[in-house]
Design a protein around this ligand. Sequence first.
Ligand SMILES: *Cc1c(COP(=O)(O)O)cnc(C)c1O
Length: 360
Amino acid sequence: MTAPHVKLFIPGPIEVSPETFCAMSQPMIGHRGSGFQELYASIQPQLQQVLYTANPVFLSTSSAWGVMEGAVRNLVARKVLNCCCGAFSDKWFEVSKSCGKDAEALKVEWGQPILPEQIDAKLKTGQFDAITVVHNETSTGLMNPLAEIAQVVKQYPDVMLIVDSVSSMTAVKIETDALGIDVLLAGTQKAWALPPGFAVFTVSARALTKAATIPGRGYYFDFVEFKANHDKNMTPSTPSIPHVYGLRHQLEQMLAEGLDNRFARHRQMAQLTRDWARSRGFDLFPKAGYESVTLSCIENKRGIDVSKLQKIMKERHRILIDAGYGPIKGRTFRLSHMGDETPATIADLLTRLDDALKAL
Ligand SMILES: *Cc1c(COP(=O)(O)O)cnc(C)c1O
């Protein structure tokens, strides 16, 4: 017996369409055979197109954290600067230290962005050979100014730029190569609208060269292993083959829609949600001008009972919204608007929220 379907509007995992599940339900094939090699090779050009890169795009059977930890283990020789502005970016600093790396946090208050001049001041010290940036901080619904940050990091040719785009990849244009990003990574359960348990990432040529010189990379997330297997259209270990079929399906959908249309659809959904929040007496939690395009972290200015709102939405409308992350639980609530959602499905969500607000 399966539980009744509750549609997900939490910022990950997000809703996966029946068409995607159907595309994933193919007979298994051997991961060392020509069928898999053809499948792997066939999606590379589309993956490169969507990630705006000429470098290989690797497939990791892990959640995003595997690659986030892997990037630190592969690329930090001297010291890493972890930019911290929310739960995920804060944790990356802890992960760097737990990997035995020398790490420093550039910390701003939750809801504030990481600014390029703050990074410049740190990198000027000459201590760092890598920096981690979370593009879209999902806990606070904040999007950092990635292009401006990348321009600053470019002035420091020895510094590897490692970017988490877990909740923005494919929803917002990120010109990986043009920005000089060395690692761009995402899990598939957010903007890709695939089930969790899989990650996509790209690594620059110079980062691969550097990785080969770094001891203690381990095996499962060794970028050098990924590249050696990539050259044979394979992954280092047995991958989640259903996810690869799912990726192929979602790539076809994205390219049929057109990437610019996809980006515009996400901006439109964000605008609808922000306008709704402000017109209902709420506000957006992040600093104005830095609101995320893929989810809205709404500040509970009205002082409503957020957990009750969540409960009504679930019981009456079979929709799951998020009641706020960790320390800002209740002070905020979050709605995701990414993946396969459309302005029409978001408008429906907002109408149902109005109904639930009346029932509080
Ligand atoms: C969800 C998320 C992660 C963690 O992803 P996992 O798949 O749980 O490893 C990391 N960073 C950001 C920005 C996220 O939104």
